[in-house]
Design a protein around this ligand. Structure first.
Ligand code: GN1
Ligand code: MG
Length: 560
């Protein structure tokens, strides 16, 4: 590191002292905390993003958001060149950088790291970092801190993309590195045109069939509602009413949004008896999660939740159907054939009924630990990988190899069998690959794909919801002395430590018909999470409560 660079770091970092007495961790989804203590962290993530851009010689993204957290919180995360999450092997460096106490220490850490990673800080090549933020008021001053961090690396250029959803920024990073058009308008155009293409390919007669055309969307009073208002003007044949768009004065994520709806299973603010039976959806605060729901009656505020597992199931049925049409009469060993490996990825939180259903369809289902970074990685190993967390975060990934074959096959079919079912199936799969955000789960592209598939099937939300019936489940949180005392294996389904706890959980679980239960330390809160499922709600509740008691006995404050 040359002297100019060293002095630049020392002077700029002296303006961003880290908060006292706080240990920051990159966690499942970047750094998150009360916005008032995050300036120094965001400044340092600016440095990290610039180093990542230099290392990869690619465009990198930096997003300022705290997703579904309360409005006073904020957070920051990095999008890698592929548009996915920051490579996990850089997370320890992110942690040490965020926690460095003095400017001198910070400079030493950076010097050491760039040497180890072979990053040259001579400013010879310039690199770009795309910045965006959600609608939180704190986003503006935190963005300045990010710019200062990026500006402290000679040759790194910050480009402020304004207020965006998290998936929009990830999409732009991916598009920029793929050498294709990457503006927000390009994003909207790609989504709306591939949606139109899918709808135009719907079997005739199903367009208006049984499907109530109006969709009512809860925008969580965040950025998603605002963007959907723009997107909806570009769509034909789909009426979307956006509520909680943030303009009506509601508070971000307060009594609204996908996280609230999925966890509480009650109607969000501004929904009610006028919506009984309608197709409704909820986005989260940065629009990377999506759940659907129905208001069943006026007698209670409960909803019928159509969660991430059901969105996954809908996508899986559709993709499987198109693949089987495409492969009809094709000898897969012949040169025009392709044995497409379709895989489904879930976590232990997926409702057991969804997993049974997917397996009954003959689909390959695998499990990873909680956190999109794990699911995404696993799904990327298939020709088509579909992943979803039950909370509504997920997407579909297409391998380069498969897409390449699909494009060639589509061209071939348009010459020899234009308009045939096979040709249409190929075109539909191509349209899905354009519509779905392959960088990261995206509620806006997710909504359009769900809507297009429902139109294709001629299904109402009720018909969709009847694919299978969720097993009753219950989630609880337990505060413990040290959550790292729980170590899990087998995609978090087995607690390896503390010794004896798994046997005790097994004994409780065995008492209940269709019982399933696991515990794991949360990656975003200081708690142990308990998940239980059983054949009745009472049984699921009892199982969860008895296992929470076990956790408390083994690890709670009275246990030592
Ligand atoms: C049970 C649950 O919903 N866990 C969430 C939550 O992680 P925890 O590690 O469980 O705190 O936040 C993650 C980040 O948003 C999300 O990926 C994950 O699904
Ligand atoms: Mg989110």
């Amino acid at each position: 590191m040359n002297e100019d660079q060293r002095l630049l770091f020392l002077s700029s970092s002296s303006h961003f002292p880290p908060p006292q007495g706080v240990k920051l961790s990159y966690g499942t989804s970047g750094f998150r905390a009360d916005a008032s203590i995050l300036q120094s962290t965001v400044y340092r993530v600016g440095i990290l993003a610039a180093l990542r851009a230099l290392k990869t010689q690619s465009v990198i993204g930096l997003m300022i958001t705290a997703s579904h957290n309360e409005v006073s919180d904020n957070g920051v995360k990095v999008a890698d060149p592929s548009g996915g999450m920051l490579s996990q092997d850089w997370e320890p460096f992110a942690d040490t950088l965020a926690n460095a106490r003095h400017p001198q220490h910070l400079v030493e850490l950076i010097a050491e790291f760039v040497q180890k990673e072979n990053i040259t800080l001579d400013g010879a090549k310039s690199v770009e970092i795309l910045l965006a933020r959600d609608t939180r008021p704190s986003g503006e001053f935190l963005l300045e801190a990010a710019k200062q961090g990026i500006g402290s690396i000679i040759g790194a250029v910050a480009l402020d993309m304004g207020i965006l959803t998290t998936p929009q920024l990830h999409w732009m990073v991916r598009a920029r590195n793929g050498g294709v058009k990457a503006s927000e308008t390009d994003y909207f155009k790609q989504l709306s045109s591939s949606f139109r293409c899918l709808v135009d390919l719907s079997p005739s007669g199903t367009h208006a069939n049984n499907v109530d055309d109006k969709l009512v969307v809860d925008g969580a009073n965040g950025v998603g509602g605002e963007k959907l208002e723009i997107l909806k003007t570009m769509l034909n044949g789909l009426a979307i009413e956006v509520r909680n768009s943030g303009k009506e004065g509601g508070v971000l994520n307060e009594g609204v949004g996908a996280d609230y709806v999925q966890k509480e299973k009650v109607v969000p603010f501004s929904f009610g008896s006028q919506d009984i039976g309608l197709r409704c959806a909820s986005l989260d605060g940065d629009a990377d999660r999506l759940v659907y729901f129905v208001v069943p009656s006026t007698s209670s505020n409960k909803i019928e939740l159509v969660d991430g597992d059901k969105i996954l199931s809908l996508f899986a049925i559709f993709i499987k159907e198109q693949l089987s049409i495409l492969n009809k009469e094709i000898d897969v060993k012949a040169k025009n054939g392709y044995q497409c490996h379709l895989g489904i990825v879930q976590t232990a939180y997926a409702n057991g009924a969804s997993t049974d259903y997917l397996k009954q369809l003959g689909l390959e289902v695998t499990f990873t630990p909680t956190g999109v970074k794990y699911l995404h990685e696993k799904a990327a190993g298939y020709d088509i990988g579909i992943y979803f967390e039950a909370n509504g975060h997920g997407t579909i990934l297409f391998s380069e190899q498969f897409l390449c074959w699909l494009k060639a096959r589509t061209t071939e079919l348009s010459a020899i069998a234009k308009g045939s079912e096979q040709h249409k199936a190929a075109l539909r799969l191509l349209a899905v690959s354009e519509l779905i955000n392959q960088a990261v789960g995206d509620a806006l592209s997710g909504v359009l794909l769900v809507e297009a598939i429902l139109k294709h099937m001629g299904w109402s939300i009720q018909r969709w919801n009847e694919l299978y019936q969720d097993l009753p489940s219950r989630q609880l949180k337990v505060k413990v002395v040290d959550r790292s005392a729980v170590v899990t294996a087998n995609a978090e389904t087995v607690a390896v430590t503390p010794p004896g706890i798994q046997e005790a959980i097994n004994a409780e679980t065995a008492k209940h018909l269709r019982g399933r239960c696991f515990i794991r330390p949360s990656g975003t809160e200081d708690v142990i999470r308990v998940y239980a499922e059983a054949s009745s709600q009472d049984a699921a509740d009892n199982l969860a409560h008895s296992v929470a008691k076990l956790v408390d006995q083994f690890l709670g404050f009275g246990s030592s």
